[in-house]
Design a binder for this molecule. Structure first.
Ligand SMILES: NC(=O)CC[C@H](N)C(=O)O
Length: 453
């Protein structure tokens, strides 16, 4: 079969080339992890439409390890809110390894939820009546992110529970400092179980895509967490997800990401896709060698760096000009409307309105008003597909501000993009009706003169 898909081809090409990159060491401080085949190499990408692309061992299970941390952070944020969670776990890159004892002097608050200390506290914050229920909620949450019921690799769990003294020590330190409340044993046991949840690269790509998609799983359509939470989780991943390599990662790859000692790595390109790589050998910073290489290349090739300049796709304001309706008029009224043609201006807008487009629209309106001194402006949103909440708030005060200048603004807003959320706007379902309404107003204004004409 001839492939016409650049996404599938790119994954296959990256997989075939980078499989020869045989550097790094498989983690063995959790003995069971050392038994895994270092050659395993899976790639998966999930688009915002829920299309899955894979290459290599994308269906081979591994334990999620630290890649669980952003998702449990999301759950804690959903349970407690940002203010409460931030009181307990910071959001500063530690600049240290994942298992560093990086606690804020004095408070003992861990640096961020992406290192072990912060993750142990975050796990303990998940609302529950018992440790068992807490873990069930974590498993259910991660399963919703993945879009299928996940389970636990009991051997890896047992292996880490038997050897995880450093994490236990961290938890004791935090309990001593007061940043971890409750039982150390319960906190680390739940954390170890969470790290032993079994996933494939394909699952991880869906999970990352859910974060990229504003918290809505693009495969199942389930709203897993509210958009502001997905945004904050991505922010913490961007600054802290790659441990002490986080700065270099943001510089070179420019995507929120999270790695784990099993060799799992996810990255999310907001509003574009989630990607995951599974390849066990790790570099000196604890990040998977091949995963890092894949993401560096993919980011470069698809132009994905978050800080890329993205020019607007199309003009926002497509026309500015006088408006005339088809409503039948008396001869006198028609003459008056013709003479006052510059008093009704139609501004036609298209596309998705975010900050840039809305600033552009406001600027065009400003110019139209100063050039023609209209008394009525019809904002035609007939071809607007989306208004971001921030953009709607930029437009919200417009009717009142224009009224101060003697201008009435109305909107053609078939989908209720503006009028559904704001009572400041007079909305019409069609351009003709909106212009006719303005004409009626204009004629009523001029009433005596129409009579005497
Ligand atoms: N970086 C990681 O994936 C660490 C997770 C592992 N379970 C640990 O706590 O040591």
């Amino acid at each position: 079969m001839i492939s016409i898909d650049a996404v599938a081809d790119t994954l296959t090409e990256l997989h075939d080339r980078l499989r020869t990159l045989d550097e790094g060491t498989v983690a063995d401080y959790i003995p069971q992890l050392a038994t895994v085949d270092r050659r395993l190499f899976g790639l998966a990408l999930v688009s915002m439409d829920g299309h899955l692309y894979t290459a290599g061992d994308a269906d081979v299970p591994c334990t999620i390890q630290s890649v669980s941390k952003p998702f449990v952070y999301a759950l804690a944020l959903a349970d407690l809110g940002l203010a409460e969670v931030s009181r307990r776990v910071g959001a500063e890159p530690s600049g240290e390894a994942f298992n560093a004892i990086s606690l804020e002097p004095g408070t003992g608050r861990p640096a961020n939820p992406m290192v072990n200390a912060g993750a142990i506290v975050t796990t303990s914050l998940v609302a529950a009546d018992s440790p068992e229920q807490r873990f069930e909620r974590i498993l259910a949450c991660l399963s919703a992110f993945a879009g299928r019921p996940l389970d636990v690799d009991e051997q890896v769990f047992a292996s880490e529970a038997a050897t995880g003294d450093r994490n236990r020590a961290l938890a004791h330190l935090m309990r001593g400092a007061g940043s971890l409340t409750g039982s150390v044993d319960d906190a680390v046991t739940t954390y170890f179980r969470q790290c032993a949840i079994r996933v494939t690269a394909a699952d991880l790509a869906v999970m990352a895509a859910t974060l990229a998609n504003g918290g809505v799983n693009p495969v199942t359509g389930t709203a897993v967490v509210p958009e502001p939470i997905a945004m904050r989780v991505l922010a913490v991943m961007a600054t802290c997800g790659m441990y002490d390599a986080a700065g270099d990662w943001l510089l070179r790859v420019g995507l929120p990401a999270k790695s784990g000692v099993s060799g799992a790595l996810i990255a999310a390109s907001p509003a574009r896709f989630g990607i995951a790589v599974f390849s066990p050998p790790l570099d000196a910073t604890g990040n998977p060698v091949r995963g890092v290489a894949v993401l560096r290349e993919a980011s470069e090739r698809f132009g994905l760096h978050l800080m890329h300049h993205r020019p607007a796709a199309a003009p926002t304001v497509t026309s500015v000009g006088p408006g005339r309706s088809t409503r039948p008029r008396s001869r006198a009224a028609a003459a008056l409307l013709a003479a006052a043609a510059d008093r009704i201006t139609v501004v036609a807008v298209q596309g998705a309105l975010e900050f840039t487009e809305t600033e552009r629209l406001l600027h065009a309106l400003d110019q139209a008003i100063s050039a023609a001194v209209p008394s009525w402006v019809v904002l035609d949103l007939g071809r607007v597909t989306f208004i971001a909440p921030g953009a709607a708030s930029m437009l919200d005060g417009l009717p009142m501000r224009l009224r101060d200048h003697g201008v009435t603004v109305v909107v053609v807003d078939v989908g209720g993009l503006l009028t559904a959320s704001s009572r400041h706007w007079t909305g019409f379902a069609g351009l003709d009706a909106a212009v006719a309404w303005c004409e009626d107003q204009l004629l009523a204004d001029q009433g005596p003169r129409v009579g005497s004409a």
